[in-house]
Design a protein around this ligand. Structure first.
Ligand SMILES: [Mg+2]
Length: 436
């Protein structure tokens, strides 16, 4: 294997002016400019690694600085050394004796960790000349599990247990991979129901998504109950009673308010209600779930800070677990969550839609389909039709399914022209359209 030395990092603030047309708007984030802190890891070979974490505009500059601070931990390290003991290096990144004070394992510093760790996995896959999902599935159970730091979660899953699960599943792998190549992995769309969209837009988008084969649709709720009722009625009218409808409140409600509000929307038969209250409140989710049981299921996870928080949600508060490729500390930590969810028998339906999130999570869910849960039952990957054209290896959706990427890496490399246009504040777009 090529042994590259990591010599430098480039971190860029990339912002897309999505707030102009309310793309991405929800009850809590009414004017997002979909953005990312974009990391390029430079080595002494021709190989580079590209990684990112998703942001909403203002504040991306803070994540950029955090990435630069973390870089010293991997500077001048050889890739073989990192990848042969990835859990240790992940621990070094998340547990630097001074930097950890501004986390630990949460907030800006953990977003920055995700960007760097994502870039390292992209680099590894490029060196191995494989897409990340294939890199993961071709690893022996021992190798794969060696990338995970089990600190704080050993009461749910141990290294030995994780290896055993993967070993037991080995014989089914080949079949799963060929099924995946044939059919892809099911997606649902959130494109139809951003909160700032007009009713006409919602109808048009539902119709065009139906034509493209989508059978599951998510809309934003939580700002005004009458609006929510009207929008649910419109969507149900267009998609019919059988297709799946999910509702996403993006954390706006108090516990009692959530129960009352969801109770009023339950007649529209939501498949799940997402983020009803604070993303830190596992107890609150448990309360809401208990009081509404028989009526709705709950989903959360896109703002769950780390594997320890996930453990609490898996124990007491949710029915669907939504990992996010850039919120917790990259693939290493996400794998830990997949194992915990598997043991707790909870389906994972990854959060996506933000810049590069669809591109990344597809790899993880495909690994899960081939190696861990080995099913797509009750599982879907979120899909939003935004910013894919900015990537060199964008997602490919066929019949409302994600098709497995074939190019090496984590599908995270932005096109050069995208950076020239949308780097903030020096890109061409932002020079012409100054924001305050
Ligand atoms: Mg959401």
């Amino acid at each position: 294997m090529i042994d590259a030395k990591i010599i430098d990092i480039k971190v860029q603030d990339i912002r897309f002016p999505t707030s102009l047309h309310y793309h991405g708007s929800d009850a809590m984030h009414t004017d997002p400019d979909y953005s990312c802190a974009y990391v390029t890891i430079i080595t002494d070979t021709e190989y580079e690694g590209y990684g990112l974490t998703f942001t909403l505009g203002r504040g991306t500059e803070i994540v950029v600085l955090a990435c630069k601070s973390l870089f010293k931990i991997i500077k001048n390290k050889k890739t073989t050394k990192i990848f042969s003991n990835f859990a240790l290096y992940w621990r070094k990144l998340t547990c630097d004796t001074q930097l950890r004070w501004i986390g630990p394992e949460k907030g800006v510093i953990h977003l920055a960790t995700a960007a760097i760790v994502n870039a390292l996995w992209d680099l590894w896959a490029r060196i191995e000349n494989k897409p990340v999902w294939k890199l993961l599935t071709d690893m022996s159970p021992k190798e794969l599990v060696s990338t995970i730091d089990f600190r704080y979660i050993k009461s749910v899953v141990t290294k030995e247990q994780a290896i055993q699960i993967l070993e037991n599943n080995m014989k089914q792998k080949e079949h799963q991979e060929s099924e995946l190549q044939k059919k892809g992995f099911p997606a649902y769309t959130t494109q139809v129901g951003w909160l700032g969209y007009s009713d006409e837009q919602v109808v048009d988008l539902c119709n065009s998504s139906l034509e493209r084969g989508f059978t599951a649709f998510k809309i934003k709720v939580g700002q005004n109950l009458d609006d929510d009722i009207r929008r649910c009625e419109i969507v149900r009218r267009v998609i019919g009673p059988e297709k799946k409808l999910m509702l996403d409140a993006n954390q706006v409600w108090e516990i009692d308010e959530a129960v009352e509000w969801i109770d009023r929307l339950a007649i529209y038969k939501p498949f799940w209600v997402e983020e009803p209250t604070s993303p830190d409140d596992s107890w609150g989710h448990g309360q809401i779930r208990e009081r509404l049981k028989e009526k709705v299921k709950l989903a959360t996870g896109e703002m769950c800070a780390n594997r320890v928080m996930f453990r609490q949600f898996l124990e007491m508060g949710i029915d669907y677990c939504q990992i996010d490729a850039a919120r917790i500390g990259g693939i290493n930590e996400i794998l830990a969550v997949y194992f915990m969810a598997h043991i707790k028998n909870l389906p994972i339906c990854p959060h996506a839609g933000g810049v590069g999130l669809c591109e990344m999570v597809q790899h993880l869910q495909m690994w899960d389909y081939i190696c861990l849960s080995q099913t797509n039952e009750d599982r879907m990957i979120e899909y939003v039709d935004q910013q894919h054209e900015q990537f060199e290896d964008p997602v490919c959706i066929k019949n409302a399914c994600y098709m497995p990427p074939s190019r090496p890496g984590y599908s995270t490399k932005l096109k050069d022209e995208c950076i020239l246009e949308y780097a903030y504040p020096e890109g061409n777009y932002w020079k012409l359209n100054k924001s305050e």
